[in-house]
Design a protein around this ligand. Structure first.
Ligand code: SAJ
Length: 476
């Protein structure tokens, strides 16, 4: 079979025209880098002309980036490849027929983690579009993070159903998961190693031909499609697990009256002889659209890609437990807030609380699945008055976010740090006290940005994640 595909690809020759479906945080930088490579002649960015995101088409064709936040080098690169007519954005999906390769970078959120049900509706629509215009000898690559078994399963079926062609015989199919982080999209694509997994060796090799030209420091790591899906979902699951491990340690340290950062420094000090102690940082929670769902993709993958019975003890999945621990941290922040207010005989229902930092990541404007939201919901449900400050996140559905710190801190009983934005490291206790107008305001530090003693000495009630050594301090 693959011989037939091999000869089809040889007939078609090297990849020259590339289509990228999904003009978002993953698709736009990928398209710009493909277009900037002398190996490729033309890149089309496919974007539906929808009410919510149709505006991107004209912006991109003017060489402007519709992405929020700082993305070093992206605007210049877009301008360059549009000027050179190597990149164009279009809503006309019929032009997929002109392409040698098509990549799909479409969001794959989870509808219901409990039942492990992902929302693949947008991805399915994208794959169906490709299937309708698929030509023999083309390569299709899924870049979205997907449940293991999706490439050889759902994607293959839809493409074959829509095109009447056979994967591995008439067209190549692969998974090459994105590994980007906001704020360094281009750098991540060029410098991270690239996992490339085809449904067969011919597809893998064709996909390697697509990604190798855009890598500077990174190298291509070829494997099977399902192994590539498990690699991506497990690398985020492992990160989430590492964060859950240190969050659990932080909760233990609070109960034991010790400082988790002393312990962290100690644990991290064991080095050499190949010993790596990747102990991460505890905090107010885990947000974003990666770590919050990829564990569930992996868990679901075990169900749909299982080929033999799993031999596992009668225990809940370690990975799902980790998710629950990280999802608990905003609730822990709420419990710390209530405890601190009780120390000044303030009931949460009568309290004014200022949340500092709405983004899920420090120094970014990205607020997807921010852990600050479940915390705010708990406060609101308890009857508290809540204000939110964030220097980067300008707006968010149903939540008023201010960039005016003084206005947010005016008259508050409690200041609660949820994101480690640079400016919060220079919070001054005296100034905060003045603005709050309270003798004993409360500060709850979810990202270890303040020096506890400076606030305690100024009369604050201090609480910090993992700061068992301070959370029970004497009131000054
Ligand atoms: N966090 C902690 N403690 C830490 C590190 C992070 O509480 O020590 C929290 C952050 O505050 C944030 C969340 O976890 O709320 C996620 O942070 P992140 O740094 O993992 O950021 P993401 O989700 O944008 O990036 C991850 C990265 N994955 C890995 O490093 C394995 C990135 O490389 C991926 O490209 C990205 O997911 C993705 O798109 O999958």
């Amino acid at each position: 079979m693959t011989d037939k595909l091999q000869s089809l690809l040889e007939e078609r020759g090297p990849i020259k025209k590339i289509g990228v479906i999904g003009m978002g945080y993953v698709g736009i930088p990928a398209a710009a880098l493909f277009a900037d490579s002398p190996k490729f002649d033309k890149v089309l960015g496919f974007q539906r002309n929808s009410a919510t995101s149709g505006y991107k088409i004209d912006m991109l064709n003017r060489g402007e980036s519709p992405l929020k936040g700082e993305e070093p080098g992206l605007e210049d690169l877009l301008e360059k490849v549009v000027e050179k007519d190597k990149f164009e954005c279009t809503p006309d999906f019929s032009r997929i027929t002109e392409m040698d390769a098509v990549t799909l970078a479409i969001q794959t959120p989870f509808k219901d983690p409990k039942d492990l049900l992902p929302d693949f509706s947008a991805l399915e629509a994208g794959i169906r579009h490709v299937g309708q215009y698929l030509q023999p000898g083309m390569l299709v690559v899924l870049e979205s993070t997907i449940t293991p078994g999706t490439t050889t399963g759902m994607a293959r079926e839809i493409l074959e159903e829509e095109s009447g062609l056979k994967a591995g015989e008439n067209f190549a199919l692969a998974h090459a998961p994105e590994r980007v982080m906001v704020g360094r999209l281009l750098q991540n694509i060029q410098e991270h190693d690239r996992i490339v997994g085809g449904i067969d060796d011919v597809s893998t090799r064709r996909a390697v031909d697509l990604y190798e030209p855009v890598l500077t420091k990174g190298r291509v790591i070829p494997m099977s499609a399902t192994a590539a899906e498990v690699t991506k979902t497990s690398e985020n699951t492992f990160r989430d697990l590492q964060i859950a491990a240190v969050n659990q340690l932080a909760l233990y340290c609070e109960a034991m009256g010790i400082n988790v950062y002393d312990v962290r420094e100690g644990v991290a000090s064991l080095k050499g002889e190949g010993i790596t102690r990747a102990i991460l940082y505890p905090g107010a929670g885990v947000g974003g659209h990666c770590l919050t769902k990829d564990t569930y993709h992996l868990e679901r993958g075990l169900q749909i890609a299982k080929q033999a019975d799993l031999d596992f003890p009668e225990e809940p999945s370690l990975y799902v437990t980790a998710r629950h621990i990280n999802d608990f941290m905003p609730e822990h922040m709420y419990n710390l807030t209530v405890e601190a207010l009780e120390r000044i005989n303030k009931d949460i229902a009568d309290a004014k609380v200022a949340i500092l930092g709405w983004a899920f990541l420090n120094d970014s404007d990205d607020a997807r699945n921010t852990p600050a939201e479940p915390y705010r919901d708990l406060l609101i449900d308890a009857g508290a008055e809540v204000k939110v400050h964030d220097p980067h996140v300008l707006q968010y559905p149903d939540v008023e976010i201010s960039q005016d710190m003084e206005e947010v801190l005016d008259g508050v009983d409690a200041v609660v740090v949820f994101a480690g934005h640079r400016q919060y490291y220079s919070l001054k206790p005296q100034r905060l006290q003045e603005l709050s107008g309270q003798t004993h305001p409360v500060i709850v530090d979810g990202r270890n940005v303040v020096e506890p003693d400076a606030f305690i000495d100024a009369g604050f009630v201090y609480k910090g994640i993992g700061r068992g050594d301070k959370n029970g301090h004497e009131m000054i």
